[in-house]
Design a protein around this ligand. Sequence first.
Ligand code: NAD
Length: 293
Amino acid sequence: MSHKILDGRLTSKQVKEEIKIEVDKILAKGLRPPHLSAILVGNNPASEAYMRNKVRSCEQVGFTSDLIRRDNDITQEELLALVKSLNEDDNVDGFIVQLPSPDHIDDTEVLLAIDPKKDVDGFHPYNFGCMAQGLESFLPATPYGILMLLERYNIETSGKNVVVIGRSNIVGTPISILLSRKDKIGNSTVTLAHSRTKNLKDISSQADILISALGKPFFVTVDMVKEGAVVIDVGINRIEDITRKSGSRLVGDVDFEGVAPKCSYITPVPGGVGPMTVASLMLNTLKAYKKKL
Ligand code: NAD
């Protein structure tokens, strides 16, 4: 079967161009542009790269942004005070706290301190609960990006068997809820698989849409995939590659070379879900801005 690429780079560029048009209209009215703030603790190289991407995307869509850097030795109280100051800053429409944070930081307490109206990552339990009940909320960025890809490539989800591998709060669990919701991109029959799942191959090979979000390179092999399936690879894994100048490269969870010929659609890594996550963050920030107006 010849497969088609779900091109996250192209789709996110389109989404960002649409946002830019809206921002231009806002500016033409003499209003200030939307503003996204980001807190980055420490100097994790992957987090630095994500942050650069997010700041660049803000520039592309015409938002203002600021990156608030703090050293690894920031205390819980200092971080909570920073969150509080962003909650109260009228010029900040939305903000994110880049994870992972240092071990001495209680991420849950930080998350709970974020004003849900500014929680453009969609991780706060208020937004998560609203999402689960089909109420208005900020959708978590990666699942939202997956929904947009499915929608823009006209992939039918209603009545389809979806298997999600990985049950994190930021990807696996929310995408499983979203696709089972009674919604335009939804109405799927969803199985959520995880580290304790038995006979994963039997389950995954029933999937019309297979979403892998576990973070293990080459985990999903061709024998785990149904002929003609849509495969969404969320994983981002750095592996050694001596042919590269850097000595490494990024791969997903899916053995792309082996699996792609069997699929109808597949997302590449990089260039699939990753760019869509950033586009979703931009959409959430625009939404936060508009709600405030
Ligand atoms: P996580 O790392 O918090 O959890 C991994 C999940 O995988 C767990 O729920 C676990 O039960 C499951 N798992 C582990 N081993 C398994 C096995 N053998 N069989 C079945 N399930 C198993 O998950 P996360 O934070 O969602 O991250 C997953 C991957 O997605 C990582 O590679 C991460 O870098 C990537 N990610 C990408 C984006 C993006 O924008 N593309 C966003 C977030 C995360």
